[in-house]
Design a protein around this ligand. Sequence first.
Ligand code: EPZ
Length: 420
Amino acid sequence: MDKLIINGGHPIDGEIWISGSKNSGLPILAATLLAETPMHVGNLPHLNDITTMLALLRCMGVGLTIDEKMAAEIDTSSIKEFTAPYDLVKTMRASILVLGPMLARFGEANVSFPGGCAIGSRPVDIHLRGLEAMGATIEIDEGYIRARSDGRLKGAHIFMDTVTVGGTENLLMAAVLAEGKTILENAAREPEVVDLANCLVAMGADIKGIGSDTLTIHGVERLSGCRYNVMADRIETGTFLVAAAAARGRVKVKNTTEHILESVLLKLEEAGGHISTGKDWIELDMKGNRPKAVNLKTAPYPAFPTDMQAQFTAMNAVAEGTGTVIETIFENRLIQIHELNRMGADIKLEGNTAIVTGVDQLKGAPVMASDLRASASLVIAGMVAEGETIVDRIYHIDRGYECIEEKLQLLGARIRRTAG
Ligand code: EPZ
């Protein structure tokens, strides 16, 4: 199993290129199932989760080619299999996103029931109830969701009890081909949901309220392929900015925009970061100063994103003062604090709240990654710790960060990957 070896304490100063968004690329690749003519999807990141989604489309008989820039040409006219198999879904629960589009276009979908993961149980009840409201029959059989619709799905008025990104995306993709009007209330407003909606409109969908918590969709008979580039990855953007803040350094992240992570930028300014921005770049400069601890509470967009919580916990661990971190989205997403405490952090856990008192110096140690963003927090901690940190199980990281060690090396970090 690959590991990352990090020697901490080196100055961080440089510029890096942000990749396309994993959490926008995944639903947009699923949306290609809706197109009757070929699609071109560009700016895809070269990540394990993206290649898993492409493998899933391939195993359903979708024709696809990938160029050297990870742009995908996708033709779903030859599709013959309406099943998302267990061996793929178990490695990436976002495979559930093929359920809505497959049902809408073909009237049939069999998707292995996605299990939970390290951060929580991750139910899909809202996805399934919404599809049933649109006329689908859903059965759970031998670990598979077997969905059928007799003819076209029917538009419905759906109120989602919890703000769910995947649920909003699945139901949106089901609604665009349904007969009549669908209203999705309490919809997620994440930029990745907006990116998906904009792609669907480019394919011919009729969607109003994009970016708001109420989406109104008038179903159309068919959708066509289009050329679409996925947005920049806002979590990768935030991760590298926080890494520079924790390391008291400077980073300019390019091919991204400030407008997709305002809450994160405000927290970084609160921590003492000097932030400047341009049309497609953001620069953070700590001017060598120690970051100040910040309080944060995760919540659906535009509030502070849960996917940035672990990274800020690592920054708080070496900041001046005490910061409280409250996780409200997932029931078990503070797990990284145990590994941070093994590195000498002073973090107390009270339910879904971590009280983080900054220490002057973390100590490098062998640590274990448990999920994608927790892994990133351990890498950040290793960059600022004294001595060597070995991060194990970094397959978690490879799911969501393209060439993370190369990008961090460009900033001056002493980080390398070892196989085995
Ligand atoms: C998406 O996951 C992201 N993944 C996650 O990013 C992100 O953390 C999450 O949204 C929240 O922003 C992708 O986009 C591929 P949810 P998703 O449905 O859609 C509950 C990363 O690190 N819920 O918005 O699975 C659920 O339990 C990943 O890149 C139900 O109760 O998240 C959770 O408490 C991790 N019933 C809350 O909603 C449902 O039917 C939010 O989950 C669906 C969700």
